[in-house]
Design a protein around this ligand. Structure first.
Ligand SMILES: [Mg+2]
Length: 176
């Protein structure tokens, strides 16, 4: 990949998603949010978000349009996550970093790409798709699962992949 700058987020938050406050949104002129689901809003396989995330969504919903866009193939689960948070707009099977589904959301929001934050925990899917579309990209820390985290190989794999993405990005000269 020649365009390594495309995996550099505009903003890296050292905490989970609730650290993206209305003040930060205002500072960067942002009016909409497209959110990753797994490890960004809820733990892998979970449906119910933590109280912190629920409160954050309730606050942000008052001010901004919010879409959930997940690569997860389990549409029913993503629907249940959205419904539990009181959100109507969601997509599963998005195949990020493919632009198609995210672009459809931007059109539906009737906002310019630079007015919308693409928020997620992964460089090669969330950040990459957002930067490809000219959005404002925000990398957040993965969320702790609500239930006692199982030491499943899937969770371990997810963390390992994330670390590998950072390593590869830095190796390629991306300053993150
Ligand atoms: Mg994720």
């Amino acid at each position: 990949m020649r365009s390594w700058h495309l995996i550099k987020p505009n903003l890296i938050l050292s905490e989970p998603i609730w650290s993206l406050t209305p003040e930060v949104m205002a500072k960067f002129g942002l009016r909409g949010l497209i959110l990753d689901v797994d490890d960004t809003l809820v733990g892998n396989h979970e449906i119910e978000a933590s109280p912190e995330v629920q409160q954050w969504i309730a606050l942000m919903q008052q001010h901004y349009q919010i879409w959930l866009i997940s690569n997860n193939p389990n549409t029913r689960r993503i629907q249940r996550v959205a419904e539990a948070l009181g959100l109507e707009s969601y997509r599963s099977r998005a195949a990020k970093p493919s632009r198609r589904v995210v672009r459809e959301a931007l059109v539906a929001m009737q906002l310019l790409p630079e007015q919308v934050a693409m928020v997620g925990d992964r460089l090669f899917t969330d950040t990459l798709v957002g930067n490809r579309l000219g959005m404002f990209t925000v990398l957040v820390q993965p969320i702790e699962p609500v239930k006692a985290p199982k030491k499943s190989w899937l969770n371990g794999r997810s963390q390992l992949l994330r670390s590998w993405e950072f390593w590869l990005a830095r190796l390629s000269g991306v300053n993150i």
